[in-house]
Design a protein around this ligand. Structure first.
Ligand code: TRP
Length: 342
């Protein structure tokens, strides 16, 4: 039997978790943690490319850890850790930077977007963001990466770097791919019809796992709609499709079918749809929000989880980096074989 494929994924610590994070990533983490060997982490180093404030770092990282556990991640099943606890990742990042080209990095959509958003801070970390992400994955020799649609281009870069490394230094890394149980990758649109839900933008049209019930209702009520279809067979505009997608994620099948029928018959009442959606959303989010709040207040517990995760992830990363150094030619003496000092 071939060895089990390893799963790696990370979430940037740039704000609170929202429905896009949950359905694009965390839900799959929870589904995979029993059947696979999983490494999930909070990408605090990545957050420095856009959010370098030291004052909010701890709170952000502890919040994301708490929200992930509240949403179903089990630190005794998956390895749950914080990116900056693994120096081996940053070492691999340095090596991968030597085989990553400026031209390909400049072409990445996320780089162009972020450079546009923060013209006064187009730092080199922003440019090499996908290289660090590749290091995150390859440091555990990860093959499956549960992420949303927006990460596809980054994964393509990871594969390119893996292939390039293997070509130069001999077959070692797998070629990681996005994983979503064979279903299409999920993208949750923001409620104002402009782009996706986001941790750091669009707060009023993004639903967070920490939103109180009345806030959820308020945001859903404000979601973009129109006067409804005027004749049967009218295709749904994207912002209406988005509402239906959300309804499908939270509501009973029969309820969704009834609203679809109403749409087809041109008698849909978006006010009713929104009431239903908000009701089903709050029933789902409420318990996660409460549990996350309790965990977040328990720093000793979170510290224990972080330490346990850092140890498990560190041993996997250590094994990889020793082999990488050897292949690169950094094997100068007997001590190098086991990673200890010469
Ligand atoms: N780039 C991812 C995002 O913005 C976060 C991330 C960093 C990641 N490293 C990763 C995801 C490794 C998967 C694997 O959401």
């Amino acid at each position: 039997m071939s060895p089990k494929e390893i799963v790696v994924s990370g979430i940037r610590s740039t704000g609170k978790l929202h429905l896009g994070n949950y359905f694009g990533a965390i839900r799959n983490y929870v589904r995979m943690q029993q059947s696979h060997e999983c490494f999930f982490f909070v990408a605090d180093v990545h957050s420095l490319t856009t959010h370098p404030e030291a004052t909010s770092m701890q709170e952000n990282v502890f919040r994301i850890l708490s929200e992930c556990i509240a949403a179903g991640l089990d630190p005794d099943q998956a390895t749950l850790f914080v990116q900056s606890d693994l120096p081996q990742t940053l070492e691999l990042y340095a090596y991968l930077n030597m085989i990553a080209y400026k031209g390909e990095l400049e072409k990445t959509a996320s780089f162009k977007e972020k450079a546009r958003n923060q013209p006064d801070n187009v730092n080199a970390g922003l440019l090499t963001y996908p290289v660090l992400m590749a290091a995150d994955i390859l440091i555990h020799r990860g093959a499956l990466v549960p992420v949303g649609k927006d990460q596809e281009q980054h994964l393509e870069m990871t594969r390119n770097l893996a292939v390039r490394f293997n070509h130069k230094y001999g077959d070692f890394f797998p070629e990681p791919r996005a994983f979503n149980f064979g279903e299409p990758l999920v993208k949750i649109g923001s409620l104002d019809g402009s782009g996706k839900m986001s941790k750091s933008e669009n707060a009023l049209s993004t639903i967070f796992l920490s939103d109180p019930d009345d806030q959820i209702l308020k945001k859903v009520k404000k979601a973009m709609t129109d006067e409804g279809p005027q004749k049967p067979g009218t295709p749904m505009p994207p912002y209406i499709q988005n509402l239906f997608q959300l309804l499908e994620l939270f509501s009973e099948k029969t309820v969704v079918a009834a609203f679809r029928e109403d749409y087809d018959q041109c008698r849909i009442r978006y006010g009713d749809l929104k009431q239903q959606l908000a009701r089903d959303m709050t029933a789902f989010i409420g318990p996660i929000r409460e549990k996350a709040a309790a965990l977040q207040a328990d720093r000793p517990f979170l510290n224990r989880i972080m330490k346990q995760g850092a140890e498990k992830a560190g041993s996997s990363a250590g094994a990889t980096i020793r082999e990488v150094r050897r292949r690169i030619g950094f094997n100068y003496g007997p001590g190098d074989q086991d990673g200890s000092v010469r």
